[in-house]
Design a protein. Sequence first.
Length: 163
Amino acid sequence: MDGAKEDSAAGGYAVEQTEEFRKKQQELIQKRAVEADVIIATAQIPGRKAPVLILKETVMAMKPGSVIVDLAASTGGNCELTRNDMTISVNGVTIIGKSDFPSDMPSDASKMFGSNIINLLKIMINKEGNLVLDMKDEIINGTTVVHNREYICQRVKQMLGVK
């Protein structure tokens, strides 16, 4: 959403926003949520309670059968009705308050990660077993941070203030 404050030091976590921004955000979330079948909420601010993004009124306006997966449940949740480590149903909407999903799926996650690494290596290594970095390849380029002693990853350049 336009107007959001960002802080590279936040390490990918949410950053406290202005009251005006939060009101606009709440209106947009309400509008989109009532149309959604699934919402996955992940916003957290280190050392603070998770920001409430989905109000009770929003849940009540959602379609029965909709699902909210609140991965911020352990710090209060992004949904006002989330209960940590519980799955509840409110007005036909299932709210899953589970912050530790990754610990429940290490086997599948490991297999998927391993498969991704093998597929990446297949495009990086030629038939002779030599490393070939085609920086025009969008996958190679998108997964490379530094090449020939220069930062090429835009996100890292922004975080480090490199032009």
